[in-house]
Design a protein. Structure first.
Length: 198
């Protein structure tokens, strides 16, 4: 049980994929224009991580080492396709907002990295918890960036007005540079806190 909790903690805090490992930057920067988009992409990625880590861990002894990367990609692509079709059917507005970045989860280095570095070498339960921890860490990171960008760029959170009517939104925050500024500031704060803790 201790190992499982450590895997969860590592994904969320100590080895956070977006803030500490700087993985999955394409969706991190592209879809975090709002908290809704960030949460949707984070949860979709978490679902794919959970499913692919589990299946890869189950098949780790059956997959020949020479074809492991293509095999991992086929497994990951299968789950991404399922998530893509489910979102298209049941949450079409979110599917439209995430657009091309949803199918691009297949080549997200976070998912392939966890398959190669952890799931292919460990049993099912730790791999499942690793996927959950990394997925939640990624979701939290995206949500933090999305909330900051939405508040400053639109004056809303989850579509609800939170800033006074007199607030003049900083449109740059919902554009590409805003993603870089927000990510850099959050990472700087986290690095300063880590340095202070040491």
């Amino acid at each position: 049980m201790k190992t499982l909790i450590e895997r969860l903690k590592a994904g969320i805090i100590t080895d956070n994929p977006a803030f500490m490992q700087v993985l999955g930057m394409c969706p991190t920067l592209a879809v975090t224009t709002s908290a809704n988009n960030a949460i949707g992409m984070g949860l979709a990625t978490t679902a794919v991580l959970l499913c692919s880590n589990t299946v890869i861990s189950l098949l780790r002894k059956c997959i020949p080492s020479k074809v492991r990367i293509p095999a991992f990609i086929v497994i990951i692509a299968s789950f991404v396709t399922m998530i893509d079709l489910l979102l298209q059917a049941y949450i079409p507005a979110l599917h439209a907002q995430l657009g091309l970045f949803l199918p691009l989860i297949v080549v997200n280095c976070l998912i392939l990295g966890r398959a190669e570095a952890y799931a292919s070498k460990n049993k099912v339960l730790p791999s499942l918890w690793d996927g959950l921890g990394m997925g939640l860490g990624f979701t939290i990171a995206l949500t933090m960036i999305g909330v900051v960008r939405e508040i400053l760029g639109a004056g809303t959170i989850l579509g609800l007005q939170v800033m006074p009517a007199s607030y003049d939104p900083a449109i740059i925050m919902i554009l590409a540079p805003g993603a870089f500024f927000t990510l850099a500031i959050i990472m700087a704060i986290l690095n300063a806190l880590r340095a202070k803790k040491k």
